[in-house]
Design a protein around this ligand. Structure first.
Ligand code: CNA
Length: 320
């Protein structure tokens, strides 16, 4: 509480749209912390809104989940990968066009004001809008990895599986397994020559050879999006450690701030750094200095026009 009171006292003259305009105009090292709310206008539902994915999953009930969050839970995924793959094409980024919010972030970057965009989104629309200083804190569909041998492949490799709702298995594991089986077969052949003819029958057992490889199928491939129960890439800590020394304004857009550790960015930057929260719905578990409630696209459009800044127009997306 004392921290909140100190902040309120320090920012007692900061509570209006004019203050937000002044802060954005004067700041040179802005961190943008963004979430699913900046992509809803692109047609990608968020998680927690009344029309979001969680209520949709609950309403549909077809996946038999105890809790809609299980869809993105790593332990559940390992046991039931087909559930995620029967759903994944609904969130796969294809044919989406960046929103005014994405383009607003790009505009701040072009003006030399963006320190970094920490996005929780996995849709890569920031990159599509041309933002370079972006950290995809929860990964993306750009790459995918084998849960068993950790081999990483380009995301396009599993696109056909996502579209046809099939679980992809690792080609690299398969190759390693086949090589191992062949190697053992060769060894046995060599040994067999030196041994008495009566023993060879016992050695010719493919199943036991597979078991020695480790058993089972090749690993499941999972898109490199962070599931509940998975740690964030260490790049997140490194960037935050570096940026906290430089940041002069934190702008939080379109997030419920319910997912840690990204939600904790607010407490990891110095208390002296002002915070502006732009969202459809208010938050009660944190106290940003300025809350601008409403549709994020309309708010950033409004802020820009009042500052006399032009948000870049949508980029033409061409197939291929
Ligand atoms: P969330 O918990 O669903 O919160 C989204 C917030 O955005 C809510 O508070 C909404 O009120 C708000 N919101 C929705 N529409 C608008 C709008 N037009 N203008 C302003 N605010 C709006 O999602 P978070 O991002 O907070 O949670 C982090 C999760 C969501 C991450 O792990 C993401 O990977 C995950 N997610 C990402 C996407 C995506 O990549 N587009 C989509 C759905 C979920």
């Amino acid at each position: 509480l004392s921290r909140i009171l100190r902040r309120r006292e320090r920012l007692s003259n900061v509570s209006t749209l004019e203050d937000a305009l002044r802060l954005i105009r004067d700041s040179k090292k802005i961190i943008i912390l963004s979430g699913a709310g900046i992509s809803t206008s692109c047609g990608i539902p968020d998680f927690r809104s009344s029309t979001g994915l969680y209520s949709k999953l609950q309403e549909e009930g077809k996946y038999n989940l105890d809790d809609p969050q299980q869809m993105f839970d790593i332990h559940y995924f390992k046991e039931n990968p087909q559930v995620f793959y029967s759903f994944a094409k609904q969130i796969y980024p294809s044919n989406f066009i960046p929103s005014p919010c994405h383009r607003w972030i790009k505009m701040l970057e072009d003006k030399g004001k963006l320190l970094r965009n920490y996005t929780q989104n996995i849709d890569t629309l920031e990159s599509l809008a041309g933002v370079e200083k972006v950290l995809q804190c929860h990964g993306s569909f750009k790459t995918a990895s084998c849960l068993r041998c950790k081999t990483r492949v380009p995301g396009q490799t599993i696109e056909p599986h996502i579209m046809s709702q099939q679980v992809p298995y690792c080609g690299s594991c398969r190759t390693k397994r086949d090589e191992e089986i062949n190697r053992k077969k060769e060894m046995k052949k060599g040994k067999g020559k030196a041994k008495a003819k009566a023993q060879w029958d016992d050695n010719d057992d493919d199943d036991s050879e597979e078991d020695e490889w480790g058993g089972g199928e090749p690993g499941i491939i999972k898109p490199d999006i962070t599931f509940f129960g998975q740690a964030l890439d260490s790049e997140f800590d490194q960037c935050l450690f570096q940026d906290r020394e430089e940041v002069d304004l934190l702008v939080i857009i379109g997030t419920s701030l319910k997912v840690a550790p990204v939600s904790e960015v607010l407490t990891h930057i110095p208390h002296s750094v002002p915070q502006i929260y732009i969202n459809l719905t208010p938050v009660y578990h944190v106290q940003p200095d300025i809350c601008l409630l409403g549709d994020a696209d309309s708010i950033v459009n409004d802020l820009s026009s009042q500052l006399g800044w032009d948000i870049p127009p949508p980029i033409a997306i061409t197939n291929g």
